[in-house]
Design a protein around this ligand. Structure first.
Ligand code: MN
Ligand code: MN
Length: 436
């Protein structure tokens, strides 16, 4: 039984229709004095408090027993699903997923796994890929129709691209460096020697239906072009291209080769003709000071204002143990989250009384439909680090505290029944991470 069913609202008298009851009720209210009106208004929060109390009591007693089969490890990492906060209500859509339950495609040189709209239906406009490359291994030359936002999670790689003016780009990226490849821009990634024995990275695409299995690969396209056409296109002999037709039908995708030489050599090699691209496709995250910082954590916001090539905004959030990313919402964009480190819980309020709390750990993905309120609380004993990624160029959010402290105070007092002193204690600027 859901909490609202346990205390049903009083039924109208059976001798009058519901419509008549509404009219009579309204007239009765108009005739009441202010103290009676206040009492009537107070009835609503009191009834809700009883529901929360009843659920809390049930959770502590035999009602919460579970004698049937259980997947213990899964239960234990999802305490807020097993014993939800009594403030949760209704059947909210699933907004948790994880690379840890995605199939790994392992090839010579590394692996990839993805979470797309196929396995995460709420995430219609964003898909995620987690990939690993050993030193020298390639994610082969390719492009795709979706934009690619990326962060290096461990180790080092060399990335290449061709900009819209046909100028080449090559750069080495390390842990916490970002890159962004707009739609149709061809690129590659190759693992380098590092402490992580190559690299691991996260790719975020601005299309939930994106799949790593459906990108335009160099070898895939070349192998599916008649040899006489390919030879004519490049002005070379067919015999010189015989190896092109020995690759698998679906292309090479991930494959092992030797670790490349110094970056300077590669940068020199692409400087011929038009010269190197002036576009910065990469962004070193820790080159920027935190956008917001206090004793509870820090936030770095990276969007088209400081990373001009990107059409996807992002926030890199660090929340200290016991602290939380405050109650807020994003006015215009869905939020796709990736948890890098630590443990946390998030409640998403879906409107209409619908709310759900779920637990997140490293490797997990969260999703919040646009404009829905949420918070993220650190429930572990290490820093919680996560990413918020949006399919729009400018980062935007509003905090609940910010709203309530920029209203005529009486309006807030009338709604929440709090005192003027309590209202004064609420932070009047956006804090991002609480407590201050
Ligand atoms: Mn790509
Ligand atoms: Mn958010």
């Amino acid at each position: 039984m859901n909490p609202s069913e346990s205390n049903p609202a009083p039924e109208p008298s059976p001798t009058v229709s519901a419509g008549t009851f509404d009219i009579l009720n309204r007239r009765k209210f108009i005739g009441l004095g202010s103290s009676a009106l206040l009492m009537a208004a107070l009835t609503v929060p009191r009834a809700q408090a009883q529901n929360i109390e009843a659920v809390t009591a049930a959770q502590k007693g035999a009602s919460a027993n579970n004698p049937g089969p259980e997947n213990g490890p899964l239960r234990d990492i999802n305490p807020n699903s097993d014993l939800p906060p009594p403030t949760d209500h209704g059947e909210a859509p699933e907004f948790w997923n994880s690379f840890m339950t995605a199939k790994r495609r392992i090839q010579d040189g590394g692996w990839t796994r993805q979470v797309t709209v196929e396995s995460f239906p709420i995430s219609k406009d964003i898909a995620g890929v987690n990939m690993r490359l050993l030193p020298g291994a390639y994610r082969e030359l390719h492009w795709h129709a979706a934009a690619e936002w990326a962060i290096m999670l461990a180790g080092k790689a060399r990335i290449t691209a061709l900009d819209n003016d046909g100028k080449g780009y090559v750069k080495d990226v390390a842990k916490d460096d970002l890159w962004f490849f707009p739609p149709g821009i061809p690129h590659s990634i190759q693992g380098l020697e590092s402490d992580a024995n190559g690299c691991e990275f996260l790719l975020v695409f601005d299309d939930g239906a994106f799949s790593e299995g459906n990108t335009t690969l160099l070898t895939d396209w070349a192998r599916h072009t008649p040899p006489e056409v390919l030879a004519k296109n490049w002005g070379v002999s067919e015999a010189a291209l015989e190896n092109v037709y020995k690759v698998p039908a679906e292309g090479l995708f991930i494959f092992q080769r030797a670790v490349p030489g110094p970056l300077e050599d590669d940068q020199h090699a692409i400087s011929t003709g038009k010269g190197r691209s002036p576009v910065a496709f990469d962004f070193p995250l820790h080159s920027m000071a935190p956008t917001h910082e206090n004793k509870s954590g820090q936030v770095r916001i990276i969007d088209s204002k400081n990373f001009p090539v990107t059409t996807m905004a992002a926030a890199h959030v660090v929340v200290k143990p016991g602290a939380m990313r405050e109650l807020h919402w994003h006015q215009t964009a869905n939020e796709w989250q990736y948890y890098i480190q630590g443990k946390g819980r998030m409640t998403v309020f879906f409107t209409g009384g619908l709310a759900r709390t779920m637990d997140f750990a490293a490797g997990d993905i969260g999703y919040i439909p646009r404009a829905f309120g949420h918070y993220v609380e650190n429930t572990g004993d290490t820093d919680l680090i996560f990413l918020e990624v949006f399919k729009e160029p400018h980062y935007k959010d509003l905090a609940l505290s910010e709203w309530l402290t920029h209203l005529p105070p009486q309006i807030v007092i009338d709604h929440l029944g709090i005192s003027a002193e309590t209202l004064k204690a609420i932070p009047s600027t956006e804090v991002i991470v609480m407590p201050t």
